[in-house]
Ligand binder design. Structure first.
Ligand SMILES: Nc1ncnc2c1ncn2[C@@H]1O[C@H](COP(=O)(O)OP(=O)(O)O)[C@@H](O)[C@H]1O
Ligand SMILES: [Mg+2]
Length: 137
């Protein structure tokens, strides 16, 4: 069993797409093992996106992810990391049938985050969820 961190970003909360996005993951059989809504600080955003520090879009990314509440959740299932990435679609939202491909407004406002590797998943889950918040580690 694999676990991955999913963020339903502030644009999705604003646009009322939280339920539809969660449905896509649940309908594929991924299990929600932890979930919360949170308006994150710049410190948390910078920790989460540290690999992108120094890139041209970094400031805009941190501004955006801290612009309103998001929904953070841990999804679990066999191959959960890859399955979530496929359901999300590519970063720019060019793939029809995926969450981003169907609904994203742009590369910044692209609705969802999903961890890209087991190492990232472990690191990112620990940023958003503490011991005793419903996750078995
Ligand atoms: N060229 C870009 N211009 C603006 N924003 C970008 C760009 N590349 C990435 N981003 C933003 O930064 C986030 C993190 O980038 P990355 O990890 O490469 O993509 P992904 O979210 O698909 O894993 C993206 O989801 C997107 O919101
Ligand atoms: Mg990424």
């Amino acid at each position: 069993m694999e676990q991955t961190l999913v963020l339903i970003k502030p644009d999705a909360v604003e646009r009322g797409l939280v339920g539809k996005i969660i449905n896509r993951f649940e309908e594929k059989g991924l299990k929600i093992v932890a979930m919360k809504m949170e308006h994150i600080s710049r410190e948390v955003a910078e920790a989460h996106y540290r690999e992108h520090r120094g890139k041209p879009f970094y400031r805009e990314l941190v501004d955006f992810i801290t612009s309103g509440p998001l929904v953070a959740m841990v999804l679990q299932g066999p191959g959960a990391i890859e399955t979530v990435r496929r359901i999300m679609g590519d970063t720019a939202g060019t793939t029809p049938g995926t969450i981003r491909g169907d609904w994203a407004e742009g590369v910044t406002r692209n609705l969802v985050h999903g961890s890209d590797s087991p190492a990232s998943a472990a690191r990112e889950i620990a940023i958003f969820f503490g011991q005793g918040e419903g996750i078995t580690r």
